[in-house]
Design a protein around this ligand. Structure first.
Ligand SMILES: Nc1ncnc2c1ncn2[C@@H]1O[C@H](COP(=O)(O)OP(=O)(O)O)[C@@H](O)[C@H]1O
Ligand SMILES: [Mg+2]
Length: 345
């Protein structure tokens, strides 16, 4: 078992989650509209006496928090530090809600976050899961995330930026606002850049409306560090800085296999060796984007598989043939142009 696989099998859920329970088996509250009553927070109203007990496991599973954590664990390869932080945040929110039932007051934690890492390391994916988790835990009133970049927030002309930013904030309220490549809001070389206006509004809202909005900033680590250097007010409002490391070749292979099995494909033995060689070659090439490059490579492998099957002249195909990605489907990639030797299966 590769390290990546081992990581995947470390249960992420809280320890009382029975092993082997199928993640996501509980009916998903599909209609997660505000007030649907599925979020944990809405059901924890009745105060308890000093000698009462709370049923931790019941609380966890009834809001399907454990199912969500288990899914996060099984559907995302590696990312152990990220998963650990998410589990800690979930635990804190859960314990806070239980404490509230004994009238033990605790300040509502601020949960603005910053996700740093290269493209394709899972930042957007995790942000979506985080939004759902915060909703299920009763921290947010809506299960929703709005993903924006500078252009969605900053206007082109004087007077356009504030209304544009406020409109986005209005749409995001109650849920998560995800700002990708947030550092583009700040242009060091231009003090009068309209982005500054957005930053100031954000700073205000992140402070005043933090009960009703979680802001997640995302982007490359070094550029985000520089952004925070120039905008210390922003940095001080971020409660969690979470780094998404690049995946290693083993993890990328596990990701490939996970993506394929989710789509009802599998690699033949020779194809697995070809995929390993592909990953190593691709990692060293320009514009490599971690798991996203893997997803794209598999899309193209599917095209080649389909083309191979259709042009094979075969009149009948079985299920296994339709599922199988063969070595050739991978080796015909341009990534191998100029690669002299491909290791044998
Ligand atoms: N650890 C992982 N395990 C499985 N798939 C992943 C993992 N990380 C990323 N992916 C997949 O890779 C693709 C790119 O991820 P994304 O979250 O968009 O990355 P980012 O936002 O960091 O650029 C998505 O299809 C996502 O599902
Ligand atoms: Mg992204």
């Amino acid at each position: 078992m590769s390290t990546a696989e081992k990581d995947r099998h470390q249960p992420l859920g809280f320890s009382m989650v029975p092993p082997g329970r199928e993640p996501g088996v509980q009916t998903e509250p599909g209609a997660t509209s505000p007030g649907s009553g599925d979020a944990l927070g809405e059901r924890l109203a009745a105060p308890l006496g000093d000698d009462d007990y709370v049923d931790l496991e019941a609380e966890l599973s009834s809001a399907n928090v454990d199912g969500l954590l288990a899914r996060l664990d099984s559907e995302l390869v590696g990312l152990v530090p990220v998963k650990t932080r998410i589990r800690e945040i979930s635990a804190l929110l859960l314990i806070d809600r239980l404490r509230a039932r004994y009238r033990l007051s605790s300040a509502r934690p601020s949960l603005h976050m910053c996700f740093t890492g290269s493209p394709g390391t899972g930042k957007t994916t995790v942000a979506l899961r985080m939004a759902e988790l915060l909703y299920r835990l009763g921290y947010l009133r809506r299960n929703g995330l709005i993903s924006v970049t500078r252009d969605d927030l900053v206007g082109q002309y004087i007077g356009h930026t504030a209304p544009k930013t406020r409109e986005i904030l209005k749409r995001a309220m109650g849920g998560v606002l995800f700002i990708d490549e947030a550092y583009y809001l700040y242009r060091q070389e231009n003090e009068r850049d309209y982005g500054q206006e957005t930053i100031e509004i954000l700073l205000q809202v992140m402070e005043n409306d933090r009960d009703d909005l979680v802001v997640i900033l995302a982007g490359y680590r070094d550029r985000m560090d520089a952004f925070f250097q120039s905008n210390p007010g922003m940095s001080s409002r971020i409660a969690h800085h979470i780094d998404f490391p690049d995946y290693n070749a083993d993890e990328l292979m596990s990701i490939a296999q996970l993506m394929l099995s989710e789509q009802g494909y599998r690699l033949s033995e020779e194809a697995r060796a070809a995929m390993s060689a592909y990953i190593v070659a691709r990692m060293g090439q320009p514009r490599f984007a971690n798991a996203r490059s893997i997803r794209n490579a598999l899309e193209r492998a599917r095209l080649r598989q389909a083309d191979r099957l259709v042009s094979s002249g075969a009149r009948r195909l079985d299920k296994a043939a339709l599922m199988a990605i063969e070595a050739d489907d991978i080796l015909r990639s341009r990534v191998f142009d100029g690669v002299k030797e491909i290791p044998p299966a």
